[in-house]
Design a protein around this ligand. Structure first.
Ligand code: SF4
Length: 312
């Protein structure tokens, strides 16, 4: 569902996802109209009605897949839907849950800045209405790096947002971007990110290694050689520092293709799994995997510096 469209910030130096697109908060009635439309399509499918042929193919495929999967989860798009007025978002979520009582989980991406600015009461209201999981783009816990990439948020605000989200009862994923400090700031990036994560203690830490996309400010810097991407082994060394310094009870996940390191047999070094590795229990296992990756020749690992069409 898209209660909002695009990104209200749209200035991160590494991101091209919504470049040139205007941010919009949609009207509650319009969003409810989307929910009603999904319900109607579901009914047409169940009735085997010919009317279903009038539904645009893309909508039909999406609704069909969602219904067939049990209608259990919903993701609120785009990048920062919690920026909506709380009362309006509560109305949307309640309507969604009334219309589809089988829904078990509603998730949203959000900016730490927005969550830090919301009151605990507002966040608790959203939780109560049925928003259960938040994905926050931490990227880094280092203030110099956050400033360099124009993230528009400080380490302290990341901590405030994360802690508040957990206090309101959300299940929390923090997205970390290995190599965001490049060769120059890898150590600060690793140490300060671990430090921020330790203070938040989220449920999930999800690794999204940096790739520089054409059209972004970071790409320009990289082309001018003002920013240096790390090699696959250097990235692993950075991750090793972060893992060593993590003191969290969380799951660390490498659930993205850019985590493209290989083990000695040529398989993925880290499992690509939404549940990842348990910390602290599997910390030693993770560190031994990093060591294994460091013993594998660099040419076998994914090197984003060589990607022709780097993607997020
Ligand atoms: S990374 Fe997220 S907050 Fe930053 S511009 Fe992209 S979508 Fe917006």
């Amino acid at each position: 569902m898209r209660p909002t469209r695009n990104c209200p910030w749209n200035k991160c130096a590494f991101c091209s996802l919504y470049k040139g697109e205007k941010f919009q908060i949609r009207k509650v009635e319009e969003i409810k109209g989307d929910i009603d439309a999904v319900k109607r399509i579901e009914e047409l499918i169940k009735e085997g009605s010919d009317e279903v042929n009038k539904v645009p193919r893309r909508c039909l495929t999406m609704v069909f897949a969602w219904v067939r999967s049990g209608k259990r989860t919903v993701f609120l798009q785009d990048s920062n839907t919690p920026i909506m007025r709380t009362s309006q978002l509560v109305e949307v979520i309640e309507y969604l849950r009334e219309t589809f009582p089988a829904i078990e989980r509603v998730t949203s991406y959000a900016r730490s800045k927005t969550i830090a600015r919301k009151s605990l009461e507002d966040l608790s209201e959203l939780k109560e209405a049925g928003l259960g999981r938040l994905h926050l783009g931490l990227e880094s816990g280092d203030d110099d790096i956050l400033k360099m990439v124009n993230k528009g948020v400080t380490a302290e605000e990341h901590i405030e947002a994360g802690q508040k989200a957990l206090e309101a009862g959300f299940e929390l994923s923090e997205y970390v971007m290995p190599d965001l400090g490049g060769r120059e700031l890898f150590e600060e990036h690793a140490l300060n990110t671990a430090n921020v994560l330790n203070k938040i203690n989220p449920d999930y830490i999800r690794m999204r290694p940096l790739s520089v996309r054409k059209g972004t400010k970071l790409y320009e810097k990289w082309e001018k050689k003002d920013f240096q991407l790390s090699s696959p082994h250097e990235r692993l060394r950075e991750i090793k520092i972060m893992i060593k310094n993590l003191e969290v009870s969380a799951k660390l996940c490498f659930d993205h293709r850019l985590n493209g390191w290989r083990d000695k047999s040529g398989n993925r070094l880290f499992k690509v799994d939404y549940e990842g590795y348990e910390l602290p229990e599997e910390k030693d296992l993770l560190l031994s995997l990093v060591e294994e990756g460091l013993r594998v020749d660099e040419s076998h690992h994914l090197d984003v510096r060589k990607l022709k069409t780097p993607s997020l």
